[in-house]
Design a protein around this ligand. Sequence first.
Ligand SMILES: C[S@@+](CC[C@H](N)C(=O)[O-])C[C@H]1O[C@@H](n2cnc3c(N)ncnc32)[C@H](O)[C@@H]1O
Length: 276
Amino acid sequence: MSTPTAPFTDPALIRGTLYATADRIGQRTSALHRAKITGADAAATIAALAAAAHPTPTRVADIGCGRGTTTVELARQYPAAAIVAVDQSPALLAVVRDRLRTHAREINLVTADFHHLRGVLADVDVAVAAFCLYHSRRPEQALAEIGACLAPGGHIIAATKSADSYTTIDQVIAASGLDRGAISRPSLYEAFHTGNAEAAFAAAGFVLHRRLDQQHTFRFTDLAHLAEYAVTSPKYRLAPKLAADPAALAAVLRARLPDEPVTAASTVTYLVAARP
Ligand SMILES: C[S@@+](CC[C@H](N)C(=O)[O-])C[C@H]1O[C@@H](n2cnc3c(N)ncnc32)[C@H](O)[C@@H]1O
């Protein structure tokens, strides 16, 4: 995988390698879910925060919906609401459509950039932006766009991660000698994280109603499991044949490091806000 300086905010990488197909995000989610040992389910947490903010919305939008895990939860929770799934990746919206179809639920799929939502989305009572605003170089602009689409009394719920998420994995990759810069490069979540998300909300003109910080812990059972996650991270500068093949990466890691479990952590932050 090619690695620009700030890969998570590189528009070409976001539209291309990261999300042009559902493969990478599916593999990443699978490796992380199997490793997770503590931390509440994010989609269920977002749905609970949404229910508390707005029990009977008419229109709900999941912005940067990805594979639709949160969209499915919101559709279940709000059977009478119109659900809109927004993402710039047509491939991921197709996954969302198929997932919602198995729940016999029609939703409105919108291919759009969350920096340009006016005229695309309106009268939204609950807008969710989960784990996507760190892909923006100007998250406050994306937040202002979402704010402009809210109905009076509408709420936004955003979720993001801490800048120090998964640093022990960086340490393993650096210790292997495959990418010694892994520990000094900026966080993948640099643009919008636990430490700066509130300021972005304020800059976009929101008033914060609620904040929740949860510690998530992950235990990768061995270096093969860790390699499955590592090949999906645009942060690491690995030789192409290793970046494309978790088994090959695992073999090299095992030759250089003890094959032990690796524990990693991430703080997940949820913010609920409204326009004054
Ligand atoms: C890590 S996924 C998060 C998916 C989902 N919200 C979740 O919680 O599982 C990030 C998503 O943001 C989308 N995305 C990134 N930049 C975007 C932009 N400028 N406009 C719309 N969607 C964007 C990507 O296509 C991807 O589906």
